[in-house]
Design a protein around this ligand. Structure first.
Ligand SMILES: N[C@@H](CCC(=O)N[C@@H](CS)C(=O)NCC(=O)O)C(=O)O
Length: 278
């Protein structure tokens, strides 16, 4: 079998989707880390593989594969077992609708929350010239505008408030679709679960677990617990460095009082502190 080589960042939600799928399908692969903070995604050699300058990129033999959702489809086409797509046409359409929604709507919101809450100190540490050069290197206009708002205004940016509401809507929609079924599209794990998981997990990693486990989102909370028992979780999202996640959680918890006003339905629990108070 031709080698699979994944160019990715362990911190990237889009990369995590592909890593989850590779583990679920039992596919060995080589890993090439792309340091997004250092701007390696914009180096000519990487941009030749992925012209948008984003991770992940999967190389399979001579094939260069970009776009995480299309990569998941490719993996199921090239390696049909175990299947991560339902056979039924309606169920498959529902899966693809979820994947499309998560990519189009919730991926940018996740990025905005990530950079405004967690990435801002690093963005603020850049000189104005370096920041401008980093923004200009981003080929996608929407991504660039969101990153500029995160750098300039952080969680005070109107885009941040919008992103919080967008992710709150995602949690409600996930909870609704998980009512009386173990996975988003029914009895079996599918792309929809693998594409949703990194965004839900990032909220917990931002110290916002209270949003996920709010008592009226118990279907979602149960699904999240079940997803965390899988080896695909342990080998990807669950393996992020603990010190980084603790740092992120403390940043998110500090910001919690300024996040609550943006929520339509604040949870009935407040986030617990990561570190016990003396
Ligand atoms: N639609 C793309 C989105 C990829 C994407 O946005 N990746 C982010 C990380 S999650 C990235 O590489 N960002 C580059 C940057 O921050 O400059 C996919 O699903 O592969």
């Amino acid at each position: 079998m031709a080698t699979l080589r994944l160019h990715h960042s362990i911190f990237s939600a889009s990369s995590q989707k592909v890593r989850l799928a590779l583990v679920e399908k039992g596919l060995d692969h080589d890993s090439v880390s792309v340091d997004l903070q250092a701007g390696e995604q914009h180096m000519p050699a990487y941009r030749a593989l992925n012209p948008r300058g984003v991770v992940p990129t999967l190389i399979h033999g001579d094939a260069v594969l970009i776009e995480s959702a299309a990569i998941l489809e490719y993996l199921d086409d090239a390696f049909p077992e175990p299947a991560l797509r339902p056979h039924d046409a309606v169920a498959r359409q529902r899966m693809r609708a979820w994947v499309r929604r998560l990519d189009d709507v919730h991926h940018p919101a996740n990025g905005m929350m990530h950079y405004a809450l967690l990435g801002r100190p690093a963005l603020k540490a850049l000189s104005p010239e370096r920041l401008e050069a980093m923004l200009q290197a981003m080929p996608n206009r929407r991504d660039r505008a969101l990153r500029a708002a995160a750098a300039r205004l952080g969680i005070e940016a109107p885009e941040f408030a919008d992103a919080v509401r967008t992710q709150e809507e995602m949690l409600d929609a996930l909870d609704a679709d998980l009512t009386n079924r173990p996975f988003l599209i029914g009895d079996d794990l599918s792309h929809a679960d693998l594409v949703a998981l990194p965004y839900v997990a990032r909220l917990e990693q931002m110290g916002l677990l209270a949003l996920i486990v709010a008592s009226d989102r118990r279907h979602l909370a149960g699904w999240y617990d079940r997803m965390k028992t899988r080896s695909s979780w342990r080998e990807s999202i669950g393996a992020l460095p603990a010190n980084v996640v603790q740092h992120w959680q403390s940043l998110g918890q500090q910001a919690w009082p300024r996040i609550v006003p943006h929520l339509q339905r604040p949870p009935d629990v407040t986030p617990a502190p990561v570190f016990p108070r003396p």
